[in-house]
Ligand binder design. Sequence first.
Ligand SMILES: *Cc1c(COP(=O)(O)O)cnc(C)c1O
Length: 439
Amino acid sequence: MKALIKTDPQIYKLIKDEEKRQKEVLEMIPSENYTSKAVMEALGSVLTNKYSEGYPRRRYYQGNNVIDQVESLAQDRAKKLFDVPYVNVQPLSGSPANAAVEFAILNPGDTLMGLKLAFGGHLTHGLPLNLSGRFFRAVQYELAGDGSLDFEAIEKMALKEKPKLIICGFTAYPRIIDFKKFGQIADKVGAYLMADIAHIAGLIVGGAHPSPVPFVHIVTTTTHKTLRGPRGAMIMVTEKGLRKDPDLPKKIDSAIIPGLQGGPHDNQTAAIAVSLYEAGLSSFKKYAQQVVKNAQILASELLKYEFSLVSGGTDNHLILIDLRNKKVNGALAAFALEVAGIVVNKNGVPFDTMPPFYPSGIRLGTPAITTRGMKEKDMKRIASWMNQAIEEVAGKEMPKEKEARSKYWKAIRKEVEKNKTLLQIAEEVKVFSQEFPIP
Ligand SMILES: *Cc1c(COP(=O)(O)O)cnc(C)c1O
């Protein structure tokens, strides 16, 4: 980064600071990962200089001979990897990809059905504040009491509400998703079925989670989570989707441009192509299996420390901890863990009575630490640190009343920041992390 040091030492320094942070902590936010050097080189390439509105061989700008090849290669790799006949690799990120699908097949006021955010759905699955909930009539299903998908209730809602689009695939769901059952329900009511596999795409191509492709019409995914590519997204149409609506590809292409976006980010497209190449290697299969193995060991260790896990454990890369039995709020637990060098996110749990800013749980996962090469025995160590850290804040319950709560939150953070045990764990984590280089 020689040019950057010279031109903008301030930003250079901040990048170095962030690099240091990423090296010295355990990144356990389940939607994050470390992308490869090769992906980053493509992302930082001259391709960022080009305008290429349109699609390969159908552009509004001249000079796209090379870019056409880049985008076609990305498309071919995605089709092969996911076994789909159509893909659009231009969505700038996961949320615009979902908005594009909704825009492509729904008219304002049409009904869409998705899992409620508080139960692990995504903003773009019908949250009232999101475009998906504002411009369409969003009906929202919930999970069963044990944190699993309640297919009886989902079917009942679908029969009653007659949605035009059903969305499955989630943000905070630790179990295998039965896409076949969703497919049967969608077919029964004639709805389009979209699987949003943002979180589990890498597990699917690595054979560590069943694919939705035989059962759904449309698949959307981000490329930067378990797939380990650059920030970005893709929209795919399956054979089943083409049978339901042969115009789906055309509708989706034009929902992206001119519907929602202008020029694609060609450097991002190239980096996606690189990550799709990497995801096709046998080493990636091993990676995906290890992600799940690590999550399962971590879950069983956490259970030994009497953590309460939503749904009782995990089948995938993520774990949702309900902290109510530890008498500590998710926001405070996540803060304490960060002080201890373990980075997770606060998260609501099913039937949470607390607001989203102070939810009752935390969400964590193994994609990034597995990329660093951590294995089963390392998970035991991490669980023990987590337990030690949470013990430091256990019993420090948030006041229920709003004003008292924000006052308390400020004060407790000051206290926790200086906690000797937490800072000691952070030191141990730092030493431990050095054994596991980031790409
Ligand atoms: C992360 C995520 C997205 C959105 O991705 P962004 O790139 O952050 O817009 C969409 N759907 C699901 C299920 C996700 O987990």
